[in-house]
Design a protein around this ligand. Structure first.
Ligand code: SAM
Ligand code: SF4
Ligand code: SF4
Length: 335
C-alpha cells in the first residue's frame, strides 16, 4: 500500500487517503433536502469527466496515497457507462465503494461483485411508501426496499443513510432502529445539512441529542451499546443488545468530526473540493486536458483546507445561509 504523500497532507497534518468521486449531476429521485425544487443547471456533457479521465485522475490520487474511493453522484447508476467506469477503477489497488439510492442496483449486482465492491451505502429516508413519494417525488419505495433486501441477501455490507427532518420523518427513528433487529445492516442518521437551494433551517435538523433522547425513551440504557468507531469514522455507532445490525449518527451540524477528516471530493465536472462545504474548487479536468502537471494544483488545494467546515467553525457562521450560497447544491457535490 502506498503511504500518503505530502501533497495529500494538509497544514494540520491530516493525510487524505479517501477520495469521493461524483459520476453525475443527474438523479432519478428528487429528494427535497438534496435537489433544489427548481432543479440545477446541468453541466454540458463535454465538460464532464469521461470514463478514461475518471480513471486517470483516480490513478493519480492512488499513486499519492489514496486507498479508498467511493463513487457517488447525483445517482451514480444513471450513468450509462457506469460498468465501464467501475471495471476500470477495479484495476486500481483501492477499496472501492458506492453510494446509491438503490433504485436500479439489482441490475448491477454481478458487476459490483466482480469489481470487488463489498460496501454499499443506500439512501432511504422513510419506511413508508407514501412518505417516500413525498420526500423523493417518485413512487419507487417498493423497488428500493426490495433492492435493499436483495443486497443484504447477496452478502453486501449495507449501510442505510437517512436524513432526518423535523415534522417529516423524525417519528420513524425507532422504526428505523427496529429495522436493524433482523438484518446485519447499519442505519445511519444524518443531521440535515445546509446547501444551496435546499431550504435548510436549523430547527428542521434533528440533532444527535434529540435522536439519543428518543432512543433512551424506547430502550433501556443497559440495552443501548456504544460501539467502537472505526478510525476516521464520521459516525458515532451504537447497537441495541440482541439486534443483528447497528445504528449510527452523523452529526456534522452539532458536532463536526473535522479533526480526523481524511476525505477529498472530485465533482462530475472534474473539480477538486477539499471540503464538503468549500466554495473554492480546483479545476483538475481542464488541467488534465491541457496536459498540465496536476500535482502542484492538488497540493495547493489540500494545503488550503481549513480546520473545520471550510472555515465555518462557529454555529453562527455555519447556520448563516449566506455562507452556503457560493457552494454547490448537494446533488452536484456528491455527499
Ligand atoms: N444518490 C445517491 C444517494 O442518495 O445515496 C448518492 C448521492 S447523495 C447526494 C449522497 C448522500 O448525501 C446521501 O446519503 C444523502 O442522504 C446525503 N445528503 C444529501 N443532501 C443532504 C443534506 N442536505 N444533508 C445531509 N445529507 C444529505
Ligand atoms: Fe438523488 Fe441521492 Fe440527492 Fe436523493 S440524495 S436526490 S437520490 S442524489
Ligand atoms: Fe472534512 Fe469538511 Fe466534512 Fe469537516 S466538514 S469532515 S473538513 S469534509
Amino acid at each position: 500500500m502506498t503511504s500518503i504523500k505530502p501533497i495529500l497532507t494538509d497544514s494540520f497534518g491530516r493525510g487524505h487517503n479517501y477520495l469521493r468521486i461524483s459520476l453525475t449531476e443527474r438523479c432519478n429521485l428528487r429528494c427535497s433536502y438534496c435537489m433544489p425544487q427548481e432543479g440545477v443547471t446541468l453541466t454540458p456533457k463535454p465538460q464532464l469527466m469521461n470514463a478514461e479521465e475518471i480513471f486517470s485522475l483516480a490513478a493519480l490520487f492512488v499513486k499519492n496515497g489514496v486507498n479508498k474511493i467511493r463513487l457517488t453522484g447525483g445517482e451514480p447508476l444513471v450513468r450509462k457507462d457506469f460498468p465501464d467506469i467501475l471495471s476500470r477503477l477495479s484495476q486500481l489497488p483501492v477499496q472501492l465503494s458506492l453510494t446509491s439510492n438503490a433504485f436500479s442496483i439489482d441490475r448491477h449486482i454481478p458487476l459490483l461483485k466482480d469489481s470487488g465492491v463489498h460496501s454499499i451505502n443506500i439512501s432511504l429516508d422513510t419506511l413508508q411508501a407514501k412518505r417516500f413519494q413525498e420526500i423523493t417525488f417518485r413512487n419507487y419505495f417498493d423497488q428500493v426496499h426490495q433492492n435493499i433486501l436483495k443486497l443484504i441477501r447477496e452478502g453486501f455490507n449495507v449501510k442505510i443513510n437517512a436524513v432526518l427532518m423535523k415534522g417529516i420523518n423524525d417519528d420513524e427513528i425507532i422504526d428505523f432502529i427496529n429495522f436493524t433487529k433482523d438484518y446485519p445492516i447499519s442505519f445511519r442518521f444524518i443531521e440535515f445539512m445546509p446547501f444551496d437551494g435546499n431550504k435548510w433551517k436549523r430547527d428542521k435538523t434533528v440533532t444527535f441529542e434529540e435522536i439519543m433522547k428518543e432512543v433512551h425513551k424506547n430502550f433501556s440504557t443497559d440495552n443501548i451499546i456504544r460501539l467502537d468507531d472505526a478510525p476516521n469514522d464520521t459516525a458515532k455507532n451504537f447497537k441495541i443488545n440482541g439486534f443483528e445490525g447497528s445504528f449510527a449518527i452523523i452529526s456534522t451540524v452539532t458536532n463536526p468530526f473535522c479533526d480526523t477528516c481524511n476525505r477529498l471530493r472530485l465533482t462530475a465536472n472534474g473539480q477538486l473540493k477539499n471540503c464538503l462545504f468549500s466554495d473554492k474548487e480546483s479545476d483538475l479536468l481542464s488541467a488534465l486536458r491541457n496536459k498540465e502537471d496536476l500535482e502542484p494544483i492538488i497540493k495547493k488545494a489540500v494545503i488550503g483546507k481549513y480546520a473545520i467546515r471550510s472555515g465555518m467553525d462557529s454555529n453562527e457562521s455555519f447556520e448563516d445561509l449566506q455562507n452556503h450560497k457560493k457552494n454547490r447544491s448537494m446533488i452536484t457535490i456528491g455527499g
